[in-house]
Design a protein around this ligand. Structure first.
Ligand SMILES: [Zn+2]
Length: 68
């Protein structure tokens, strides 16, 4: 199962079978610890965060696939 560290603090780590499930876990963490990151910053659009999230998830997925 892909395992991914929070893209904003690197401390929180979550495991999920799909990026959608991972997004739910990361969103819960962000609501608790990084509310400022996702609460509508005009200089940091949500799309950019999603882009970072997807890149990190794809990387986690790729490294997960290498492990038997
Ligand atoms: Zn975090």
């Amino acid at each position: 199962m892909p395992r991914m560290a929070c893209i904003d603090c690197g401390v929180f780590v979550a495991e999920a079978e799909s990026w959608q499930a991972m997004l739910v876990k990361m969103m819960q963490h962000h609501l608790e610890d990084h509310h400022d990151v996702i609460s509508g910053h005009t200089d940091r659009p949500a799309g950019a965060w999603m882009e970072r999230f997807m890149m990190a998830y794809r990387a986690a997925e790729a490294s997960d696939a290498k492990v038997p």
